[in-house]
Design a protein around this ligand. Structure first.
Ligand code: 13P
Length: 248
């Protein structure tokens, strides 16, 4: 069974609501590809106008973050029911920027993954090693620890429906891309871990993305690898180049 490609933009803290709508309109003709799942993960304040702007297209909208409670006294946070009501389908969980700047640890990320599934959002779960970890030869051990910890209590059926993004921290926003062989090695290790934990059918179904300075120039090579099913794109998702990645 062939896995469907999924190309997602992570807009991070860029684009005001009016800029966001302008970008959606610029990208509209460029990302029109019925063979690929296209997702824009956008800042919370852009969600409502972006959901409106992508109506009638092949693009789904994701959130960059949410909180694990449905409602209540959590000043500044946004809940899964709020996202769903606004038309959001995906949510990024465990991005290295949230692990690092906002101190989200694997125990909390596991709660987020469980909450996303319980609510009906599809997680895009991120993992990735630092430069030091790669140099010290612990990349695969580290990635396995992250994924195993973040998936505690998650069922095989849920894993089969989710997306895992391998994003080496040293490649994010740096212009340094993992070679396609490096990216394939880790994406395969992730799939092997899922097979160990959940069986081969689940491992064959789960979609694994590469992220980290992916662009119009290197996307085709990365996406040619057997265990890389898509990309999670930062900087290049804010430009017409994103259309080239979707069609790579
Ligand atoms: P860049 O594509 O800008 O390196 O960012 C990757 C990323 O962090 C996507 O989540």
């Amino acid at each position: 069974m062939a896995r469907r490609r999924i190309i997602a933009g992570n807009w991070k803290m860029n684009m005001t609501p009016s800029e966001a709508v302008e970008l959606v309109n610029t990208l509209k003709p460029l990302v029109d590809n019925a063979d690929v799942d296209v997702v824009y993960c956008v800042p919370a304040i852009d969600i409502v106008p972006v959901v409106e702007a992508v109506k009638g297209t092949n693009v789904a909208v994701g959130a960059e973050n949410f909180y694990i409670e449905d409602k209540g006294a959590f000043t500044g946070e946004i809940s899964a029911p709020m996202l769903l009501d606004a038309g959001v389908k995906y949510v990024i969980i465990g991005h290295s920027e949230r692990r690092d700047y906002f101190k989200e640890d694997d125990a909390f990320l596991n709660k987020k993954v469980l909450k996303a599934f319980a609510s009906g959002l599809t997680p895009i779960l991120c993992c990735g090693e630092s430069k030091e970890q790669r140099e010290n030869g612990v990349t695969i051990d580290w990635i396995r620890l992250q994924i195993k910890s973040d998936l505690v209590g998650v069922t095989a059926e849920q894993v089969a429906s989710m997306v895992i993004a391998y994003e080496p921290i040293w490649a994010i926003g740096t212009g340094l891309t993992a070679t396609s062989d490096q990216a394939q090695e880790v994406c395969k290790a992730i799939r092997d871990l899922i097979a160990e934990l959940y069986g081969t059918d689940t491992a064959e179904a789960v979609r694994i993305q590469y992220g980290g300075s992916m662009n119009a120039g290197n996307a085709a090579e990365l996406l040619s690898k057997p265990d890389i099913d898509g990309g999670l794109i930062g900087g290049a998702a804010l430009k017409p180049d994103f259309g080239k990645i979707v069609n790579a």
